[in-house]
Write a protein of this length. Structure first.
Length: 293
């Protein structure tokens, strides 16, 4: 189609879908709908109710520009600038990972120790180490109005984005975002530490899908030679920053459970529970002092 030809919404959607299919997108139809909705200000139902409505040249050009970016390999949620996670939408920035559905397993696993802590003491203070968009901390704060979080990230841009997401979710008063290296700068005693740290082996990063390798920040991916550097750092500080009955909750990569459990075992922690991702891999661990396990 040319810019001078009138085009219906249905035709624009069909053209976008074909272009993304040709580019190899495995979710071409969904991607096309998301991008057109963003470009044209549409609701999901509009693709049915307004299918035969005409689209202006300016709007069609705006949609085409977004589709071209996706066809070029840019992830759809990077183009949109936001991604849904748990119960909220989270703004993205170049220094944040996209929050992904597998990480919801960590949020679910953290609910039990948080509820137990609140029942016992009436409050729960926790740190989210490597907070990124703030998705984990914000989701937990929304679930537990009595809780309070320190959200730590080494990237200043991530901290700014996380604060904005906390404000949008209405939990900013209990969300304290700071720039730092894991728990090294935390002095107060905490009830929980939660983290989705970088856990990809350095040499494996170049083998990741282009959408990840080229668009997610390397700082949030690179876990060192064996992928376990962040876990060692967290385990080293956990005994210092946690209350005696405190817990550590971690997202891990596929196949890393035994190694991460061993790292924490050497620091006096025992496994309490594990959570699985949608593919059936152990995705999250709950650990606590062996004196209390």
């Amino acid at each position: 189609m040319t810019a001078s030809e009138p085009v219906t919404l249905a035709a624009l959607l069909a053209a976008a879908r074909r272009r993304l299919e040709a580019a190899g997108s495995p979710t071409a139809d969904l991607d096309a709908r998301l991008l057109l909705a963003a470009a044209l200000g549409l609701q999901r139902s509009d693709f049915i109710l307004k299918a035969q409505d005409g689209v202006s040249t300016a709007h069609a050009a705006r949609a085409d520009a977004l589709v071209a970016r996706r066809a070029g390999g840019e992830p759809v949620h990077r183009i949109l600038g936001r991604r849904a996670f748990y119960d909220h939408d989270f703004q993205l920035s170049p220094e944040t990972l996209e929050p992904r559905p597998d990480t919801e397993a960590l949020v679910e696993l953290a609910r039990r120790p948080m509820a137990e802590t609140l029942a016992a003491t009436g409050r729960c203070r926790f740190a989210d180490l490597g907070t990124g968009t703030g998705a984990i901390a914000v989701s937990l704060l929304a679930l537990f109005p009595e809780a309070e979080a320190v959200a730590v990230d080494l990237a200043i841009g991530a901290v700014v984005t996380a604060r904005q997401n906390a404000e949008a979710a209405g939990v900013a008063a209990r969300f304290h975002a700071v720039v730092g290296d894991y728990a090294s700068m935390i002095g107060a005693r905490l009830d929980l530490v939660v983290s989705n740290p970088p856990y990809i082996e350095t040499e494996a990063i170049e083998r990741l899908a282009p959408e990840v390798r080229a668009h997610d920040p390397r700082l949030a991916l690179d876990g060192g030679a064996d992928g376990l550097d962040a876990y060692r750092a967290i385990a080293a500080d956990a005994p210092r920053v946690l209350n005696p009955a405190g817990s550590v909750l971690l997202e891990i990569g596929a196949g890393q459970a035994a190694d991460v459990e061993a790292i924490f075992h050497r620091r006096g922690f025992a496994i309490i529970d594990r959570a699985f991702d949608l593919a059936g891999h152990v995705r999250a661990l709950w650990l606590r002092s062996r004196k209390l396990a």
